[in-house]
Design a binder for this molecule. Sequence first.
Ligand code: ADP
Ligand code: MG
Length: 410
Amino acid sequence: MALRTLDTLPDRVGGSLAGTRVIVRCDLNVPLKDGVITDDGRVRASLPTLKSLIDQGARLVVCSHLGRPAGAPDPKYSLKPVAERLSELLGTPVAFAADTVGASAHEVVDGLGDGDVAVIENLRFNPGETSKDEVERDAFARELATLGDALVSDGFGVVHRKQASVYDLAQILPSVAGLLIATEVDVLDRLTENPERPYTVVLGGSKVSDKLGVIAHLLPRVDKLLVGGGMMFTFLAAQGHKVGASLLEQDQLDTVRGYMETARERGIELVLPVDAVVAASFAADADHVVADADALEDTAFGASGLGLDIGPRTAEVFAEAIRSSTTVFWNGPMGVFEMPAFAAGTKTVAQALTEVTGLSVVGGGDSAAAVRQLGFSDDSFGHISTGGGASLEFLEGKKLPGLEVLGWEQ
Ligand code: ADP
Ligand code: MG
């Protein structure tokens, strides 16, 4: 079954959204420093859905979680600054309720006119939101349901969680996916079902063990798999190379050998680094040299050298493979990009993705942060997935409760 989409909502509530109270579950979990939003990307990402609903005369009750409060009100995690930012971005007043389902929320919602917007306080101030106990969760969802006539679910970052506003509420009220979720699902689905070929997946980041599910699910679907980042050393070690003091997961060696075997059997090109940047220590100003993948311990640092980036020859090989592909998915930085001396591989790979003429997708929290930190604009890529954990679980082929409840079947 397909995802229930926003354009079908009027029919589900009797023909028109005018005068209808619509609860919009967003992911407005922005980073805050001393009450100031340091990156409003998630607020901006929620705008298309909100504007569409406003234009149709709906009365909007926007809700979200923020941070990890311990199931009780905590001013540190108030959504108030987010409501203010939303008001600036929409260019209209946004009412704010000082609680989630209490007197303030009801008063604010009762005061909404057609096309008006209210934000209610952080959902996680109530323990029912994230409770593992279905009864407790359902009770909170039922309280939320008294604030609206329909639900638009648009917080893609939380669809892998069985939480009251994401899962239970969607079964109580007429519910559809918002535009952000619809886009994410469309793009991620194109990476798993019938991608346009050649299809290349680039994986990096710190650990193989974090990405086992993604590798296992995507490997049989790709033409090329490029491996960089910290996880490359477990692959190089599986090939029989010495990797010095680089990140190595001994307990994953057999699993990685299994991937190599699968790739061989199916004619998938598994491309491993031919060189790496090896450093004397894990520090921004550490001495470093480029070494061949089969000579990582033959530098002046001997067996204590640490591989902190792919080398320049590898970066070129990866860039060429990326540029000559029609579909590319990239997750995980190629090196310790947080330190400029070890950011070159990540930058070359990011640059190559911007040159892909087909679909290029960046997924993963640190990967998205890396491309922004390196000065690339979001729209130079086909799509930057906002999901983090949710995107990875989708690509692992897992069932996501917050999507299934909106009609999606993988
Ligand atoms: P994402 O959040 O995009 O899924 P990960 O969380 O898997 O990415 O990995 C990001 C981290 O991997 C970064 O903090 C980066 O410094 C680290 N990393 C990349 N290459 C190496 C390496 N060679 N050694 C140690 N850490 C690395
Ligand atoms: Mg990460």
